[in-house]
Design a protein around this ligand. Structure first.
Ligand code: ADP
Length: 145
């Protein structure tokens, strides 16, 4: 019964809002945003809000190990960039997201919508291991319909 419930739950039921930075932002700006917004993954967008990259905690930590001033390093040179970003859509199943997180060994995925006939993605949400933990708690408390 539990397995049947889990197989019906979609991303839009457990998503969080995305936190984004512009591709022109510096590593210093991105670190500040990560602390202020209290998230572990930032999405990088261009001026049309198109998804162009992902920044994890360790991406920023690695960039901070060098001697260069963090204000002078643009995030675009350290981010994981498209087309190497694993994404999901609002109506994907959570269990598919969980499989992707395990398979790719990452903490979260941007939730995207396709625009301009699928030529680019806009970020509309974020789903992370924390959201999936919240689902687990709801299941344990029998709060999933
Ligand atoms: P951390 O690097 O802090 O352990 P992650 O495990 O999420 O955090 O990230 C590992 C690497 O995978 C990082 O280089 C990051 O840029 C990249 N990454 C994170 N999320 C995604 C994603 N959705 N698609 C592709 N790469 C990602």
């Amino acid at each position: 019964m539990l397995a049947e419930k889990v197989k019906n739950i979609t991303v839009n039921e457990y998503q969080s809002r995305p936190v984004v930075v512009q591709e022109s932002a510096s590593v210093y700006d991105a670190i500040c945003t990560m602390f202020l917004e209290d998230v572990g993954t930032l999405f990088v967008v261009d001026k049309h809000i198109t998804l162009v990259g992902v920044l994890s905690r360790k991406d920023l930590l690695r960039a901070s190990l060098g001697k260069q001033a963090l204000e002078s390093i643009p995030v675009s040179i350290i981010m994981t960039r498209m087309p190497n970003i694993t994404v999901c859509k609002q109506d994907d199943l959570i269990i598919e997201v969980a499989n992707k997180l395990i398979d790719k060994q990452i903490d979260g995925l941007p939730i995207v919508v396709e625009v301009d006939y699928g030529s680019r993605f806009e970020v509309v949400g974020r789903i992370t291991k924390t959201n999936i933990t919240a689902l687990l708690v709801d299941l344990a408390n029998d709060e999933v319909i």
